[in-house]
Design a protein around this ligand. Sequence first.
Ligand SMILES: Cc1cc2nc3c(=O)[nH]c(=O)nc-3n(C[C@H](O)[C@H](O)[C@H](O)COP(=O)(O)OP(=O)(O)OC[C@H]3O[C@@H](n4cnc5c(N)ncnc54)[C@H](O)[C@@H]3O)c2cc1C
Length: 447
Amino acid sequence: MSKRVFIIGGNGAGLSAASQIKRLKPKWEAIVLEKGPFISYASCGIPYYISGLVPEFQNLLHISPESAIKDRNIDLRLHHQVTAVNPEGKLLEVRVGDKTITEPFDTLLIATGAAPTTAGIKIKPSKRVFVLRGLKDAADLMDFIKREKPRSCAVIGGGYIAVEMLEAFQMRGLNTHLLHRREDLANTFEKELSDLIKKEMVKEGIILNLSTEVQALEEQKGKVNVITNKGELDFDFVLIAVGVSPNTSFIENSGILTGLKGSISVNKTLLTNYPYIYAAGDCAETTNIITGKPAYTPLALKANKEGYFAGINICGGNMEFPGIMETAITKFFNLGISRTGLSLKEAEKTFPKAIKYTFSSPSKAEYFPGMGPLHSIIIVNKEDGRILGAQLAGPVEAVKRIDVYASIIHNGMTLDEAFNLDLSYSPPYSPVFDPVLLAARIGKKYI
Ligand SMILES: Cc1cc2nc3c(=O)[nH]c(=O)nc-3n(C[C@H](O)[C@H](O)[C@H](O)COP(=O)(O)OP(=O)(O)OC[C@H]3O[C@@H](n4cnc5c(N)ncnc54)[C@H](O)[C@@H]3O)c2cc1C
């Protein structure tokens, strides 16, 4: 029997699901409703487009709307914004231009992502204040930079996107400030990692305004006047990068259950509390693999993987999404930064005997060109030697070995088990004892 599957949201999660549905059930209708003009775009590439490293806007588009329709047979409807869901009646309310229409569905996937928050900052509307989420935001920011030729800017925030955008603006030659309410960067980074990043920021010329809480932004005489707890500052433009919250306001009072930050509660097969409504990506809650507790982590792999699983499950599959460990990686100029698993603070809530140790070691053979110190921060459960978290900072390519830690932690391995791993060695890549093996060896001293 043919089914009418509606998918709300046409980026990573939504498009992955639609593609699976058309692959597995070519005769079913897979209708993607996307409120904007773009689908399947690389939000993660935006900082590199703004810096100039990625030269063309077009480079950020994975699949064109034409190709989704023609090659993948997806019924794609751009500029269609879903404004309400009626789960009992299996109906969607959709705004198209100035009209509101109703669409009946058999199965629904909500893949509406997340939107930037502004953390209670009072903002008077201004063309000099930006947030970044979709490609339209990137295009607006780039147009502004080209047109107005700004000389100074501030980034408000202390997480990955703030770090990446500081690099982008500094690369464009702007006088770039960081405004952050705490002394350390985002909580997701251990203090040691935060210190290393801040040091690199100062080295690259970023002006740090820490313990600086932004209260209000207002455009005045071609500048943004920023009012903070420490006084007022003026910039040519300001980017707010203080975090995101799930795009779920349109399901308020629908009966679909939500959890952390208003993200949609789903089981491992991505089903909501209705057996014909799924949710995937940045709008959906998940589980932390280590603690088993609910987690909200808006990252691209989770979104794409969940979309893939949801698409298969909608077609009758039974794929279970295992959850996340917040594995993430980025760079600031020549400093690579990565993390996985629990921070010490998070670990202590579930594992009272959790400890942290740090060490630095060569990233490759000491005599090999390009060798740099790799700083490792390891969280381990003293009770049984299980590794719970890892954070790395060092040469850009060296911190990708966070994926080895992610595998170790995913599999619940102890320091002894990690030390037994048969890892590769060659001078251009690592010392004989890779820093991961060293972490296991050193860690045994602490437990
Ligand atoms: C600047 C930047 C850099 C990033 N870098 C990284 C990175 O390096 N690594 C990483 O893992 N993650 C990164 N991310 C996060 C990553 O982009 C997201 O996790 C991912 O895009 C989530 O995909 P999604 O499909 O769940 O949601 P989204 O990409 O947000 O897509 C949701 C879509 O739904 C549409 N929509 C929303 N509401 C409605 C509605 N009511 N009706 C119809 N359509 C609707 C939106 O227009 C949007 O197109 C970055 C994000 C940004 C902004």
